[in-house]
Design a protein around this ligand. Structure first.
Ligand code: ATP
Ligand code: MG
Length: 585
């Protein structure tokens, strides 16, 4: 087990006092979630609406004319929207959808790139009291059919380009009543004519507010459903972990096709009244630095894949930009290699703060906070109010430093309400602790906890490798490889072996100059041995990859997660399973 001894003491870098000045105090003083409900706006009848909390509540305050959204299109077109603009536009969208027959609890999905319509249509659907869903804009017809069919969506909102994919499968979707294109004259007309005030549906806190399908990293995506009150968790974690302040300009690079984009680009972030940047285009190192500089971004929330790509683009590039407004950096979605944290400390003068959560958890559950020291490679500590623990396969807690199943004590406000039409699947997420019979939520991830209370990610339960009787997590092997100057990324799997049960195989993407060098000089074998020795020096003897293969690109989900199951299936010549979220590769 890698125990990383580096501790990054948080320098007094913050230009603003952190929203969570003392983690320990907040944990100690936490009593119950309802004590925080005062931070939300409930209607007089104690009902609630997430969209009202994200946008409408600000209209009565100084934020009315504050910029909520700076939008930049792929081609460089810029637009800005105040809270008041989004209030009016989402009211209009709500009225248009009501006119089309959308009702409480119906599902309406948005299939759009990251453009302003996505954001106000999402809010408009929630205002109707219907369930807002998102579909990532790169989905093909099969992925759409699976999701729209399973959710029995009544309306889909798309654009002229993407509409063609929906039309291909429309005949297979009897529940789908309207396919709306935001480019279409009819929709534009309807929006123009619609009233800009509306009755926002008063919802029970547990009523369904949004749903989306998981990333499909480990298998077929699941339709996870969340309630209106989930916004309490999203609001608090955006405050405590992302440390959003009124003065901030915040950029979350996620796409609302995935849960991070919904929870922290629409709901929790706007609920805190922050100014957000949305860039429509894809990842591009230069463009990203340009956006950070141009909009004077102060809080930046991104993902390990992007950070590794920025590292690969080189340190010199960073120096061309004035990034002095940056004050807090966060990462989610995959384990964050220690090398990434150390690199960002070097080039930005700020460490990335890793945090862990899942589509199913609806909000961040384990995190590094601005006021807490970072141990690079650790996910941090549970959110005040969250109890996390590590269990063995028999449902018994394991001691510190021992690896096992990461579980969370229910209920927190953003725990999923159900898996759409799969109640059995939903129930399978819970188990009872052996000795106490207490109920726990099983994450499906393996981790361990150190004596200081920090949690360390090992791997997804399906990905953990058993070699010579020892368990090895792919993350520690990948992180050791990534620390080598020639390696950009690595994906590690267990490969069946008659002697050892499994051996460790690593697929490695090399930095360009090294790649060219080994191609020219045929020194591949030498580099493999060097990498093996490099890992051996860092990890226990059995944890080095006996096989290393150099590849151009790792298979990833469209949200940037390494799909180890695909590496494994290809290696073993097995069927590769659901590929609806696989990036072109
Ligand atoms: P599927 O459930 O369909 O296989 P998925 O698990 O990738 O897809 P998400 O809900 O988007 O779908 O991702 C949650 C998972 O991502 C976590 O269970 C964990 O494996 C991984 N993850 C997220 N954040 C972190 C993190 N900070 N460190 C390590 N792993 C993380
Ligand atoms: Mg999952």
């Amino acid at each position: 087990m890698a125990s990383n001894l580096t501790i990054l003491k948080q320098k007094k870098y913050f230009k603003l006092p952190p929203n969570l000045p003392s983690y320990e105090k907040a944990v100690k003083s936490f009593k119950k979630w309802s004590d925080f409900e005062g931070q939300l706006s409930f209607f007089k009848d104690h009902k609630i609406n997430a969209a009202y909390n994200a946008i409408d509540k600000h209209i009565q305050t100084f934020r009315k004319n504050k910029v909520a959204l700076y939008f930049e299109s792929e081609s460089g077109e810029k637009k800005e929207f105040s809270y008041y603009d989004l209030f009016l536009l989402s009211n209009k969208a709500c009225n248009v959808f009501k006119d089309l027959g959308l009702e409480k609890n119906d599902r309406a999905f948005i299939f759009l790139p990251r453009i302003p319509q996505l954001f106000y249509c999402f809010l408009g659907i929630q205002k109707v009291g219907a369930v807002a869903g998102t579909l990532f804009s790169a989905f093909g017809p099969q992925a759409l059919e699976d999701r729209l069919g399973d959710s029995q969506a009544k309306i889909i909102i798309t654009n002229n380009e993407l509409k063609e994919r929906v039309e291909k499968i429309r005949h297979k979707l009897p529940n789908l009543k309207h396919v709306i294109s935001v480019d279409n004259h009819d929709f534009i007309k309807r929006m123009e004519k619609a009233k800009d005030s509306t009755h926002v549906a008063h919802m029970e806190p547990d009523d369904y507010a949004f749903m989306l399908y998981t990333s499909g990293t480990t298998g077929k995506p699941k339709g996870v459903v969340h309630s209106h009150k989930a916004i309490l968790m999203q609001h608090l974690t955006a405050k405590w972990v992302l440390d959003l302040h009124d003065q901030d300009t915040y950029w979350c690079t996620a796409d609302p096709g995935w849960v991070t984009g919904i929870a922290y680009e629409i709901l929790g972030s706007w609920s805190n009244g922050v100014t957000s940047v949305v860039y429509e285009g894809r990842f591009d190192a230069k463009k990203w630095y340009e956006i950070l500089e141009k909009y004077a971004v102060s809080v930046w929330y991104t993902a390990p894949t992007a950070i590794r790509m920025l590292m690969a683009a080189g340190d010199d590039l960073v120096k061309n930009y004035n990034l002095s407004n940056l004050r807090h950096l966060c990462s989610v979605g995959e384990p964050l290699n220690p090398a990434c944290v150390l690199w960002s400390q070097k080039v930005f003068g700020l460490p990335f703060h890793d945090n862990w959560w899942q589509t199913e958890t609806g909000g961040i559950l384990i995190a590094n906070y601005p006021s807490m020291n970072i141990k690079p490679g650790s996910m941090g500590k549970p959110i005040p109010g969250i109890k996390a623990a590590i269990f063995d396969d028999n449902g018994e807690k394991v001691p510190f430093k021992k690896e096992g199943n990461l579980a969370i004590k229910p209920n927190w406000p953003s725990l999923m309400k159900t898996i759409w039409r799969k109640p059995k699947k939903y129930r399978s997420y819970f188990f009872f602790e052996r000795n106490t019979n207490q109920k726990w939520y099983l994450s499906g991830d393996r981790a361990w906890q150190d004596k200081d209370g920090y949690f360390w990610f090992v791997g997804r339960a399906d990905d953990v490798i058993k070699t010579s009787g020892e368990r090895v997590g792919p993350f520690e092997v990948e992180s050791a490889l990534v620390a080598h100057p020639s390696v950009i990324e690595a994906g590690v799997i267990g490969k069946p072996d008659p002697m050892r049960g499994e051996i460790i195989k690593a697929f490695v993407v090399l930095e360009k100059s090294h790649e060219e060098k080994i191609k020219k000089s045929g020194e591949e074998k030498k580099l493999i041995e060097e990498l093996q020795a490099f890992v051996k020096k860092r990890l226990a003897g059995h944890a080095y990859p006996r096989e290393i293969e150099f590849i151009d690109k790792l298979p990833k989900t469209r949200s940037g997660k390494i799909m180890r199951r695909i590496l494994k299936a290809k290696e073993l010549g097995l069927p590769i399973g659901d590929t609806s979220t696989l990036e072109e590769y």
